[in-house]
Design a protein around this ligand. Structure first.
Ligand code: SF4
Ligand code: SF4
Length: 378
């Protein structure tokens, strides 16, 4: 069992936005919300499950819906999680991800006290799909809130969606996050079914997405004072070490990630939300029963890593990519764009005398020296 498990608490599925790309846009339980008692039971379940499974720490992600709609309730829930974990000798850390429209000064105390002063935000700069229910775009409000939060000393990281609308703005996007000293992960809109894929301009093709990633990387690589981008640093390290640092590249993520939803449903991670992917229920099952159940393995078996991956040079870093994407679409959606991008980064590493997985099995000192050599020159 992994030493750390990652538990997303979807205490509310309500959201003040209706973004057209939301991964929950097919959510069968849209608008549902946990009662305080339900949320506490979910926390207790996760903590006892971690104990049963032998984990030493839990990363709680307070997610939604829009978690800041629950800003008033979060402190007591997080206090409860900390007390429950402490009683079991388990370390607890907490994070949250917001659409930033409610990231107002009244929430700063919460973020400082419970989230270490850091908040993740989602944006789609230069793109019109991040909308209120009445169709107005919310991006300007989010940017204003983000800038105020940064000025107040909070730290923010972002996931920025790449769509056909902002493909020609990669340099602007780079400058936006560089000026704000923010890490950003560029992401694609995920189709919720095979039929849905590519039917809207919010979807970019594999080649378009890879081109955007490469353009962003080249801006970073050529910049004498490059933007802070831990995503690039992590990718470079993963390609040298052959060990994934994010769930999207992790083998058997279903063993380490869980998401708890209103009504007690347990999913393999926050990205799953349909009835056919429920793997348990924290209101009707004990943590022991859940730990002994084979529901997660059965889910993973329905979306196996494809045979092609066994021949792929990126297997140690990629492990067949995201389980949910394989489950929903029947294939690793990001495979082609990743390979195009990683070929580019691997070629760049050669300029530093480095090759794929050259640090596999090396001592910590050798690993540190090589990583420093690459990044200190920059
Ligand atoms: S299914 Fe995908 S998004 Fe979910 S934990 Fe696994 S890799 Fe991450
Ligand atoms: S890059 Fe593609 S082929 Fe290679 S391991 Fe990942 S999903 Fe499989």
């Amino acid at each position: 069992m992994p030493l750390n498990i990652y538990v997303t608490i979807k205490a509310t599925l309500r959201c003040n936005l209706a973004c057209r790309y939301c991964y929950g846009r097919d959510n069968h339980a849209a608008g549902a919300e946990m009662t305080t008692e339900e949320a506490m039971r979910g926390i207790d379940f996760a903590t006892e499950y971690a104990k049963v499974a032998g984990a030493r720490s839990i990363t709680f992600c307070w997610h939604g819906g829009e978690p800041l709609l629950m800003a008033d309730q979060l402190p007591s829930l997080i206090d409860h999680a900390n007390a429950a974990c402490s009683a079991q000798g388990i370390k607890a850390v907490h994070g949250t991800q917001t659409n930033a429209t409610l990231l107002t000064p009244s929430t700063y105390g919460l973020i400082r006290k419970y989230f270490g002063g850091f908040v993740g935000v989602s944006l789609d700069l230069y793109s019109p799909y991040r909308t209120y229910p009445d169709g107005r775009t919310s991006t300007n409000t989010a940017i204003d809130n983000l800038d105020r939060a940064l000025a107040a000393g909070l730290q923010c990281g972002a996931i920025n969606l790449i769509t056909k609308d902002n493909l020609s703005h990669i340099a602007d996007i780079y400058d936006f996050y560089k000026q704000r000293k923010m890490n950003v992960r560029l992401a694609r809109v995920f189709p919720i079914s095979v039929a849905d894929a590519m039917q809207s301009p919010m979807y970019v093709s594999d080649e378009e997405f890879a081109t955007a990633l490469i353009e962003y990387f080249n801006l970073w690589a050529a910049d004498p004072q490059p933007a802070c981008n831990t995503d690039i640093v992590k990718l470079v390290a993963d390609l040298l070490l052959g060990s994934p640092s994010i769930c999207l590249r992790e083998a058997e993520c279903h063993k380490r990630y869980l998401a708890l939803s209103p009504g007690g449903d347990i999913f393999s991670c926050a990205e799953f939300d349909t009835p056919d992917t429920v793997i348990g229920n924290f209101l009707t099952q004990s943590p022991q029963e859940f730990a002994q159940s084979d529901a997660r393995e059965r889910l993973a078996a329905r979306a196996p890593v494809p045979a092609q991956c066994r021949q792929c040079r990126y297997l140690p870093t990629c492990n067949g990519s995201c389980l949910r994407e394989r489950y929903v679409l029947g294939y690793p959606y990001r495979c082609r764009s990743n390979r195009l991008y990683w070929d580019h980064v691997t070629a760049w590493l050669q300029e530093y005398g480095c090759s794929l997985y050259m640090l596999l099995g090396k001592s910590p000192a050798e690993k540190r020296e090589t990583i420093d050599r690459i990044f200190k020159k920059r």
